[in-house]
Each structure stands twice: as C-alpha cells, then as structure tokens.
Ligand binder design. Structure first.
Ligand code: GLU
Length: 307
C-alpha cells in the first residue's frame, strides 16, 4: 500500500458496512455481567507506522477475556522458560470449544494448548510471585509497558466470573489432580479471573497488536519481551486464537489473532500493523460476528494474509 492510503476512509466504510451483521450473533449468557453489553456496538482500529486509525466505537471499554491468554503466556514464557511452560501445556489445536473438559482426561493428561481455558489456567499457575497481587502485577505491568498507562480491571465482571466460573473451577481442580497446576487452585483461578477482567478498548488493542507485529518492541522503541516469545504466541494465535473457528479464520483473514468472549479481537499483521475490532454479538464458536466480517473485508482490500 502506498503511504497515502486512506486508512480512515477504509475503516469508516468497513464499520458502516459490517455493523448490520450484529443481528446474526448473540451476547454470551454464561457470565451475567457480559449480557449488559450493547450488541449494536462496532469499532475497528489499526496501528501503523503512520499512527493510529480508527472508526466506530473504538473508545468503548470492554474486558479482555480470552485475549488475556496472550499476555499471561508471554509472561510465563519469559519468566519460566519454554521448557517449563510446555511441560504443563501442549501445542496442538483442538476441535472442541474453549472451555471443554473432555480432552483433559482422554489425551495426554495436559491441556492441548494455552489458548483454551484449561491451558490458560495451567499457564497462570506458572506465573511467579508471592501473592495473587504480585503475579497479577506481572501481567498488568506488561500491558502498562506496552500502553504506557495504568491498567484497571472491571470489578463487576471479575466478581461475576468468580461467582459463576464453575466450569473453570472444575478444569482447575481436575488439572491439580493430574499434577497440571502449580500452587493453590483458588489463587490461580483468582489470577485467571482478574486477567480476563482487564479493561481495554479497540485503540489499546491495536497498539498491542503493533507491539506484537514489531516482535515485542513498544511504541517508544523499547524491547519488552523476547522476539522468540512473540513468535511462539503469534503461532498459537494462528492455530488456536479464534477457538475452534481458527481454521476458517486462517483461510478467510490469514493473520495471528485472538478473540475474547466480550467481543474483542486482537489482530497482528507481522512487521506491518496491529488491528483490533469490537462487536459484542458472538457467533456459535464465541467469536465476534461483526469483528470477523470487518477483518475479512480488510484482509480482502489490504491483502494482508500471511499465507
Ligand atoms: N473468562 C472467560 C472464561 O474463562 C473467557 C472466555 C473467553 O473469552 O473465551 O470462560
């Protein structure tokens, strides 16, 4: 693309065109607080070497949810090393839903990958620290050094998840039983629920995407994590980042991406830009309907598929 390409014009067009697809999706019901979102919201942001471009509801805050799995994995890889992490979690995609329990017992006795809930909970248990606060500060600190602002959590969502996260609790206790989780189960769950409740907006996510696109270097030019950790995480984003819709997404959009159940999607075009979309109505796999349609459209126009 030439340096004068009208990204703002394109993003505006894409939001207007894709917003209507919200009616094909539904708000998640199993975390009561998330049902309060406005399904009509739609935002898209793009961080490039020329700066931030955005259109639609890009300043609406939402919780990271599963997108947080990217950051706890980066922290665990950096602090504990590749061997320790992969002793507790595998690297294969799963055709099951993100919170499925079924493969834990029937496969290798460890979660198939760090992007499903069981894997992410196992990864959380590897984050070092004397207290949940101290461990959480490693995750929030990573985001603070990318975004250059303090990180907050949505207290109501955090409490809602803590109260209703029975399946995550079941996964964590099962992991403990098979020696798949370090430390105290309730503390690990607390850390997991906190990271899921971190507040961001599309503009933040696009900056984070650019940080990954730049192999772990923040906007001020400071390396924050190793290029190898970013490479591993980006690979997981390709193979498992969009839940059991990752294969179709790779064909239609073709970039490392991670979605969350609150309707956000973080996208990375390696070496080029960071992308972010928001649209709370989800398809049956848990991905934002509007977000996917906006990313498909952008991939068609900008031809950024890595494949
Ligand atoms: N907090 C959610 C859960 O653990 C995250 C799920 C998601 O975004 O996929 O169930």
């Amino acid at each position: 693309m030439s340096s004068v390409f009208d990204y703002s014009g394109l993003l505006n067009e894409v939001v207007q065109e894709c917003r209507k697809h919200a009616e094909r999706g539904q708000l998640p019901s199993y975390i009561p607080e998330l049902k309060k979102a406005d399904p009509q919201m739609a935002g898209v942001a793009m961080m490039t070497a020329r700066g931030l471009f955005e259109a639609g509801d890009t300043r609406q805050n939402f919780t990271l949810q599963s997108i947080s799995k990217v950051f706890s994995l980066l922290v665990a890889l950096e602090r504990r090393g590749v061997e320790v992490v992969f002793a507790k979690v595998g690297s294969e995609p799963t055709g099951d839903s993100f919170n499925s329990i079924v493969k834990l017992e029937t496969s290798e006795q460890k979660p198939l990958n760090p992007m499903i809930n069981a894997g992410a909970i196992a990864v959380c248990s590897l984050i070092p620290g004397a207290s949940v606060e101290e461990r959480f500060s490693l995750i929030s600190g990573l985001l603070e050094s990318i975004l250059d602002r303090p990180i907050e959590i949505d207290e109501a969502v955090y409490l809602s998840e803590k109260e209703t996260g029975h399946r995550n609790r079941a996964l964590a206790y099962f992991l403990k039983d098979i020696n798949g989780l370090e430390g105290d189960v309730e503390e690990v769950l607390d850390l997991y629920f906190r990271q899921c409740s971190i507040l961001v907006n599309c503009a933040d996510l696009a900056r984070i995407g650019m940080f990954l696109a730049a192999k772990g270097i923040n906007g001020a030019g400071t390396p924050i994590v190793s290029a190898n950790a970013v490479r591993l995480v980006s690979t997981f984003m390709v193979t498992c980042g969009m839940y059991n819709g990752s294969g179709e997404f790779a064909i239609q959009v073709g970039i490392p991406a991670k979605s969350g159940i609150s309707g956000g999607i973080l996208g990375v075009v390696p070496g080029q830009y960071g992308l972010a979309t928001y649209g709370p109505a989800l398809d049956r796999k848990g991905n934002s309907v509007v977000g996917i349609s906006m990313l498909r459209r952008l991939s068609d126009v900008l031809d950024f598929s890595i494949f």
